[in-house]
Write a protein that binds this ligand. Structure first.
Ligand code: PLP
Length: 399
């Protein structure tokens, strides 16, 4: 008889991984990979933060046994996550209305949130930004939902199509799930202003929508507190909503898979029931989260010295990205580039939609060994003092 797997089709390659493979195979010494989704130092390295190293030293010294964690993870970690999102004196936290579960990175948080929502409200539509992080659609479709786009990026201004976004949100049926990037939108770098967020909150209220905020870059735009502004607006609105947190970038702990799902409910009693159901989702997926990354992050966030050290290191990452944005814009202008790139300074976080076409991106790769995503997305955090001039020269040449 035929093999069990005879009918299995080869899945399409992940476009970013394909780009990395091509980059690794490129023999040119001055090649540059701007396709990645990772923060690099000016030396082109993934940093190990000093605060992380110190927390790891303490953990090693404690020689702690490795029993199972509770299904929802480390309590001190979950409390610290709530503090980052809502402020530790938030009345919602005091009222017991917020539940948080440690999760396997931001992706794991989105997944347990999506699975829970699909049990709660299976006929809901999920709306994601156009464009969005490439995994959003597949993840929510995989959880059983129909996924639609709402307008977001305006190619004409390399900014936000806010009128289109708001119109699309207002047209959604009640109980639609709206996935929103809380700050530092991936892939465009285009964020909402405080006033625009207020209108989005009002639209969610008026339309009886379910907001799901994805917070993967808290601290990369302006700092921990200001980057939490959108979450605070939703908190003040009285709406129930979801937040996925990721510490992959902000702690440079990509491979440790450190994230969390928080759900803001209507009452303490509701919170207890929702948590009990969320725990069933976790229990039947991976039972309970791993100990290392969560312990490290909890140690840093709950120690005043390590927390200050971490915020300073996060500030260095943020400032270096802003410096690279500035230099990219200024050096292109100084070269008399045929396009004004000043919008790159208005975009926030690790990424920029540069407006480069697929054909221009291909020329960058073929002629200059500079790799970017065909949508024109570059990782600004992969620029550094050694490669910026080569990148700017090449971009000017392909315009
Ligand atoms: N959400 C967004 C918007 C992201 O950009 C990313 C990572 O690139 C994630 C979620 C996933 O984060 P993690 O690597 O922690 O799973």
């Amino acid at each position: 008889s035929a093999s069990l797997f005879a009918q299995v089709e080869l899945a399409p390659r992940d476009p970013i991984l394909g780009l990395n493979e091509a980059f690794n195979a490129d023999a040119r010494a001055n090649k540059v990979n701007l396709g990645v989704g990772v923060y690099f130092t000016d030396e082109g390295k993934i940093p190990l933060l000093k605060a992380v190293r110190e927390a790891e030293r303490q953990r090693l010294e404690a020689a702690a046994a490795r029993g199972y964690l509770p299904i929802e993870g480390i309590a001190a970690y979950n409390q610290a996550v709530q503090g980052l999102l809502l402020g530790k004196d938030s009345p919602l936290i005091t009222a017991g209305r917020v539940i948080t579960a440690q999760a396997l990175g931001g992706t794991g948080a989105l997944k347990i949130g999506a699975d829970f929502l699909n049990r709660l409200t299976p006929d809901s539509i999920v709306a994601i930004s156009d464009p969005s992080w490439e995994n959003h659609r597949a993840l929510f479709e995989g959880a059983g939902f129909t996924v639609k786009n709402y307008r977001y990026f305006d190619a004409a201004t390399s900014g936000l199509d806010f009128a289109g976004m708001l119109a699309d949100l207002k047209a959604l049926p009640a109980k639609s799930i709206v996935v929103l990037h809380a700050c530092c939108h991936n892939p465009t770098g285009v964020d909402l202003s405080a006033d625009q967020w207020k209108e989005v909150v009002a639209a969610c209220q008026a339309g009886d929508l379910i907001p799901f905020l994805d917070m993967a870059y808290q601290g990369f735009a302006e700092g921990i507190e200001p980057d939490g502004a959108a979450v605070r607006l939703f908190a003040d609105s009285g709406l129930s909503f979801f937040v996925s947190s990721s510490f992959s970038k902000s702690f440079s702990l990509y491979g440790e898979r450190v994230g969390a799902l928080s759900i803001i409910t209507g009452s303490k009693d509701e919170a207890a029931r929702v948590l009990s159901q969320e725990k069933r989702v976790i229990r039947t997926n991976y039972s309970n989260p791993p100990t290392h990354g969560g312990t490290v992050v909890a140690t840093v966030l709950n120690s005043p010295e390590l927390r200050a050290m971490w915020e300073a290191e996060l500030g260095e990452m943020r400032d270096r990205i802003k410096l690279m944005r500035n230099q990219f814009v200024n050096k292109l202008a100084a070269k008399g580039a045929k396009r004004d790139f000043s919008f790159v300074n208005r975009q926030r976080g690790m990424f920029s939609y540069t407006g480069l076409s697929a054909a221009q991106v291909e020329r960058l790769q073929k002629e200059f060994g500079i790799y970017a995503v065909s949508t024109g997305r570059i990782c600004v955090a992969a620029l550094n003092s050694k490669n910026i001039d080569a990148v700017v020269d090449a971009v000017a040449a392909v315009l």
